[in-house]
Design a protein around this ligand. Structure first.
Ligand SMILES: C[S@@+](CC[C@H](N)C(=O)[O-])C[C@H]1O[C@@H](n2cnc3c(N)ncnc32)[C@H](O)[C@@H]1O
Length: 293
C-alpha cells in the first residue's frame, strides 16, 4: 500500500523527514548541529507542519526519542573512531542523518531507497558548495541506492562496502529502519555487517517484541495509514539480537537513554515509541558499561 515515491508526499521515505525534524528541534541533545541544514528552507515549513500533525495524532516526544538514539549512536561511533581513526562508516537507511559529516570519518557509505539516496546526494553537494559541510577534502562520502528488503541489493551493499573499506575496520549503523522491513529481511540487515570484511561495531535500533502492543505504536500505525506509509512493522527480542550479532550486546531503551543523557526519566517508556538501540562490538559494549557507571 501507499505511494512509494519519496519525500513528503508519502511512502516510507517520509519518516526520514519526520525524524530529521525531531533532531532539528533538539540539536544539542542529538549532538547534530547539521540536522536543520538537510531540509532546504523552502521545505522546512511543510516538514514542521507534518511533525506537528504527527505530534498531535501520535505522541509529542519524537524529538526526545530520536535525539537520544542518535546521540547514543554518535557517541558510540566517536569511540570507535578514537580506537581507530581509519574506521569506515556504513549507514543503512541513512535518511538525513549527519554522522558521515559530523564525525571525522575518512570514508563513509550511506544506503537508502533510490529517491532518498538521490535527495541526500543532491543536498550534500549543495551544502558542500555553500560551505555548510566540509567538502570532499580528506573525506569520501558515497551514496548508494538500494532496497534493503532485497537480498540482491544487500549483496550489492556488501560488495560496495568491501571495495570502499579495503580491509579497514567498519562501523555499521542501521538506525530507524529495521521495523519497516519484514522480519526475515530485518534479521538479514542486522547480520549484513558479517559480509563487510572487518566490522568492529554494529549499532541498530529496533522495537522489542514485548512492546508490540504499545498504544503509541498503535496510534502511529493509524497515522501512517493516513499518510501512505506502510504500517506493518517487525519486532525483535534482545535474545534474538544476541544470536544475530554473535556476542555481547548492549541494549538501551528510551528510559536508559534518558537516565544517561538527562540524568532522569522525564517521560516514561509507556508514553513513547519504544525504540531500543543495540550495539555489538568492543566500542559499543564498553560504552554501555560507561552508561551504567
Ligand atoms: C525513520 S527514517 C531513519 C533515517 C535515519 N536513519 C535517521 O535516523 O535519521 C527510515 C529510513 O529508512 C529508509 N528505508 C526504509 N525502507 C528501506 C529499504 N527497504 N531499503 C533502504 N532504505 C529504506 C527510508 O527511506 C528512510 O530514510
Amino acid at each position: 500500500m501507499g505511494t512509494v515515491h519519496g519525500g513528503l508526499d508519502g511512502g516510507v521515505e517520509l519518516t526520514a523527514y519526520l525524524v530529521n525534524e525531531s533532531r532539528a528541534r533538539r540539536p544539542e541533545l542529538a549532538a547534530d548541529e547539521l540536522a536543520a541544514a538537510w531540509i532546504p528552507e523552502a521545505e522546512r515549513g511543510a516538514v514542521r507542519e507534518l511533525w506537528e500533525e504527527f505530534a498531535g495524532a501520535v505522541y509529542p516526544h519524537d524529538d526526545l526519542v530520536v535525539s537520544l538514539r542518535g546521540r547514543f549512536i554518535a557517541d558510540t561511533l566517536a569511540r570507535a573512531l578514537r580506537r581507530d581513526p581509519d574506521t569506515v562508516l556504513v549507514v543503512c537507511g541513512a535518511g538525513f542523518s549527519s554522522y558521515s559529516w559530523l564525525l571525522p570519518f575518512r570514508a563513509a557509505l550511506e544506503v537508502d531507497l533510490p529517491d532518498m539516496a538521490a535527495a541526500k546526494r543532491r543536498r550534500a553537494a549543495e551544502l558542500a558548495d555553500s560551505g555548510r559541510v566540509p567538502g570532499s577534502a580528506g573525506r569520501e562520502v558515497r551514496h548508494l541506492a538500494a532496497d534493503l528488503g532485497r537480498a540482491e541489493d544487500r549483496a550489492l551493499v556488501a560488495a560496495r562496502v568491501r571495495e570502499l573499506a579495503a580491509g579497514r575496520p567498519v562501523a555499521y549503523v542501521a538506525e530507524g529502519v529495521l521495523f519497516y522491513l519484514p522480519a526475515e529481511q530485518a534479521r538479514a540487515v542486522v547480520r549484513l555487517g558479517e559480509e563487510f570484511g572487518a566490522t568492529v561495531l554494529t549499532a541498530v535500533s529496533y522495537w522489542p517484541a514485548a512492546a508490540a502492543g504499545s498504544v503509541v505504536l498503535e496510534r502511529q500505525r493509524r497515522w501512517f495509514r493516513s499518510r501512505g506509509v506502510p504500517e506493518e512493522a517487525s519486532h525483535l527480542t534482545h535474545h534474538e539480537l544476541t544470536g544475530l550479532l554473535g556476542g555481547e550486546v548492549a541494549d538501551l531503551g528510551p528510559e536508559d537513554l534518558q537516565r544517561r543523557y538527562l540524568g532522569k526519566v522525564a517521560v516514561p517508556e509507556s508514553e513513547l515509541i519504544p525504540e531500543y538501540v543495540a550495539v555489538a562490538g568492543v566500542a559499543g559494549v564498553a560504552g554501555a558499561a560507561e552508561a551504567a557507571g
